[in-house]
Ligand binder design. Structure first.
Ligand code: GLN
Length: 471
């Protein structure tokens, strides 16, 4: 078994019993990337120098007989909107071409502190805007399970890297489904944490009240290990929260998990889902029932407004966040002009892709004085109603089970000319961001949504499911 095909626990065991060194594991990872990346396009850039230094440091500690942590030497991919010091960070946009990160994102710094090895930066839809990674300014990422299909997005590069064994795990970000839908499409585990559970410091923001930093991994246990490593309060992010999860995060009591009640929100199982997804969900429900887990139908009555609310709040915040890319502090392209206004226009016209421009226009429109109350203020109110739906549901049940995407992975170009069709890919994922609650995707592609800061419940359910399937 190659190092990148292993779980973190297996990797750790092999590393510490000296079956391979961290440097050998890293070299093998780069061989795999050399062999696969041309076709898959998961990585935009590789961080070879830093990765080698990190792997050598792990090997030195092992040689000295020191104990090393579970994540030590583990090759990890980083979505290209998270800063990795000294490496390019483009967020998939031409406007950031040539930009080099001056510091580490907190999630990255925490992984480094655990001895993990940052292999490179993964492809993504520009600034996280998209559901197929086709909005990247730097080329396609293909789905490792079927290269004629998209890998999902916007963290398509991270999910594809993990699925194609070009990393053991990867960091991603999720504003409306960007970790979960690619996890579903590529057949990996995806965890979108509670808003505030993981610091957003060093994440290039898309929509700050919805953005979360999370994980693509091969197994639920691996996702739990990474989550344990990156979560917690960070003085650099005022919205981050200290929460101690304890052992429950890493190993759950089967009896506690089996005593849970799972809610099936009826709005998520209607006519909107394809036949294949409907059948998949039936199989998943049957498997959970086989573990004696109880189900209860619940209702999230404001679901039908979620897409409209999201596509007002997200572009509004995105338009404000993207204002910093002005061709002066960030971005090139306006140098020829002495006129400041012309310089902004030149840099932004050249640097932003179509989808970014579309959202800047939508966002500035809904924030403009004449329309603010009609759109933005109203959307905020409906967002509260959506969050209240979840609160009410969690009075009755411990977690919710839903589909992730309404369809199977689609072909390249299938939705690029129809933004609304693309937006509909997120219909089952955006609500968790609007409500700030955690959600976990487990192969073959189902979503568990939980109470705030109850990631351990979701991981426990996911773990039980994995065990049941493996037995
Ligand atoms: N696909 C969604 C969008 O285009 C979600 C993006 C995300 O989570 N970053 O906005």
């Amino acid at each position: 078994m190659k190092p990148c095909e292993m779980t973190i626990a297996k990797f750790h065991e092999s590393l510490t019993s000296r079956e391979f060194s961290a440097i050998e594991a890293l070299k093998e990872t780069y061989r795999q990337i050399d062999a696969k990346n041309k076709e898959i396009g998961a990585y935009l850039s590789l961080a070879k120098n830093g990765a080698e230094r990190a792997a050598e440091a792990v090997d030195e500690r092992i040689a000295r007989g020191e104990r090393v942590s579970l994540m030590s030497g583990v090759p990890v991919g980083i979505k290209d909107n998270l800063l990795l010091e000294g490496e390019p960070c483009t967020a998939g946009s031409k406007i950031l071409e040539g930009y080099v990160a001056a510091y580490d994102a907190t999630a990255v710094a925490k992984l480094k502190a655990e001895g993990a090895v940052m292999v490179g930066k993964t492809n993504m839809d520009e600034f996280g805007m998209g559901s197929s990674t086709e909005n990247s300014a730097f080329g396609k990422t293909r789905n490792p399970r079927d290269v004629s299909k998209v890998p999902g997005g916007s963290s398509g590069g991270s999910a594809a890297a993990v699925a194609a064994n070009m990393a053991i795990a990867a960091l991603g970000s999720d504003t409306g489904g960007s970790i979960r839908q690619p996890a579903d499409f590529c057949g990996v585990v995806g965890l979108k944490p509670t808003y505030g559970a993981v610091s957003r410091y060093g994440l290039i923001p898309l929509a700050s009240s919805l953005d979360t930093v999370g994980i693509e991994a091969k197994t639920v246990d691996d996702a739990a290990i990474l989550f344990g490593a990156i979560s917690g309060k960070d003085p650099h992010d005022a919205t981050s929260v200290e929460k101690t999860y304890g052992k429950e995060l890493y190993e759950s009591h089967p009896e506690r998990i089996r005593a849970m009640t799972i809610g099936l929100p009826k709005e998520y199982f209607g006519t909107g889902i394809s036949k294949e997804i409907g059948e998949r969900m039936e199989g998943v429900i049957a498997a959970f029932k086989g573990m004696d887990i109880r189900f209860k139908e619940v209702s999230l009555p404001h679901t039908s407004s979620a897409l409209s609310v999201y596509y007002i709040i997200m572009p509004a915040e995105a338009s404000a966040n993207l204002a910093r890319f002005d061709g002066i502090r960030y971005g090139k392209g306006g140098e020829g002009s002495a006129d400041i206004g012309k310089r902004y226009v030149a840099a932004r016209s050249r640097g932003f892709g179509e989808e970014a421009k579309r959202r800047i226009m939508l966002g500035t429109y809904v924030l403009s004085s004449g329309y603010y109350d009609a759109y933005y203020a109203k959307a905020q109110k409906v967002r509260t109603l959506i969050a209240n739906d979840f609160k009410a549901a969690f009075e009755e049940v411990d977690a919710l089970l839903t589909p992730v995407s309404p369809t199977l992975p689609f072909a390249f170009g299938e939705k690029t000319n129809d933004p609304l069709a693309m937006y509909l890919s997120d219909i089952f994922t955006i609500t968790a961001n609007l409500a700030g609650v955690p959600a976990l995707v487990v192969p073959p592609g189902f979503q568990l949504i939980g109470k705030p800061f109850h990631e351990h419940d979701l991981l426990g359910l996911g773990r039980e499911y994995e065990r049941k399937m493996a037995s």
